[in-house]
Design a protein around this ligand. Structure first.
Ligand code: GLN
Length: 304
């Protein structure tokens, strides 16, 4: 399979789509990112690495961080996590408050904001310095010491994150946070503000395509069963209320973020990350989704 040729073809195919979506502006620090950026990187399990466009440029990974935080929580407390958060698709917006009230403070899944706040709470309780632990984890997985928190983005979200604070307070009122809402929000906003490139993200997701084992150095990040389950959660919950459409069009477990990134895995074959900041109405990268759709079409392969 000539992946380089395929990525170049994709980058050509998606050009006419620029200008149709909207860069996220509810986090002011994200609003200034140029909408015309496009990068894509793909890692094959046998060590092949391919990229196009702005794949080396770092951007705000936002909700893609929910997968890595989930990994860490699962490796700490295993199935106990599922007492505090569900694993069913929400059918609601990623920052919805309504469902949480109906379901008595148990978030539907860890890929929506409410669920990710519970995961952040687990990390805060388990690690002395959860922020640093998460940063070290991302640096290891991406094989890049240059991964950093964009503190400007974190601050901007902390200053404007009234919805997330409401979710955290509501979780606390139901006894589903051990720590104070402000502390949980601080960790959550920092994890969302990790700045990474498509190259780094594709590498960081490698273990999910490889039964839980990282690229060099080979380490067991998740057991085979945990890796299958994290992929299952991405497949059913990773693109919020557009997850059915993503499964239909792309057919890979994936996770999006409002910074315009989407990462996905083809288990047994490759991990991939794409970035294009203009979003659709669901908060998912418009061009990124189209690029991944082309990828599974051109390769003729998906999990289905
Ligand atoms: N930090 C963002 C928020 O909480 C993440 C949302 C996203 O990427 N979908 O609103």
């Amino acid at each position: 399979m000539d992946y380089q040729q395929i990525l170049e073809e994709i980058s050509h195919h998606v050009r006419p789509m620029f200008g149709k979506g909207r860069v996220a502006d509810y986090i002011p620090a994200l609003a200034g990112v140029p909408g015309s950026k496009f990068g894509m990187a793909l890692h094959t399990l046998d060590g092949g690495f391919f990229h196009v466009g702005d794949a080396e440029e770092r951007f705000s990974i936002q909700s893609m961080s929910k997968v890595f935080a989930l990994n860490l929580a699962i490796s700490q407390i295993g199935d106990d996590l599922w007492k505090r958060v569900g694993r069913e698709p929400s059918g609601n917006a990623f920052n919805s408050l309504v469902q949480l009230e109906h379901e008595n403070g148990i978030p539907r899944n860890p890929m929506i904001n409410a669920g990710a706040l519970v995961v952040s709470d687990v990390l805060l309780s388990r690690f002395g310095d959860a922020r640093q632990t998460l940063l070290d984890y991302m640096r290891f997985l991406s094989a890049s010491q240059d991964v950093v928190f964009d503190t400007g983005v974190a601050q901007s979200e902390l200053e404007h994150g009234y919805r997330n604070l409401a979710l955290a307070s509501f979780l606390k009122s139901h006894g589903n946070l051990e720590n104070e809402p402000e502390a949980v929000l601080d960790l959550y906003c920092h994890q969302c503000a990790l700045a990474m490139s498509c190259d780094e993200l594709a590498r960081a997701a490698y273990h999910l395509a490889n039964g839980g084992v990282s690229a060099e150095p080979r380490e067991t990040i998740l057991t085979l069963s945990q890796a299958k389950r994290v992929n299952a959660v991405m497949m059913t919950c990773g693109l919020y209320d557009a997850v059915g459409e993503f499964a239909y069009r792309v057919g890979l477990p994936g996770k999006s973020g409002v910074g315009g990134g989407i990462m996905a895995v083809m288990p047994g074959e490759y991990s991939v990350a794409v970035w294009s900041p203009e979003l659709d109405a669901y908060g998912n990268s418009m061009v990124g989704g189209a690029a991944l759709e082309h990828l599974t079409t051109l390769t003729g392969r998906s999990v289905f």
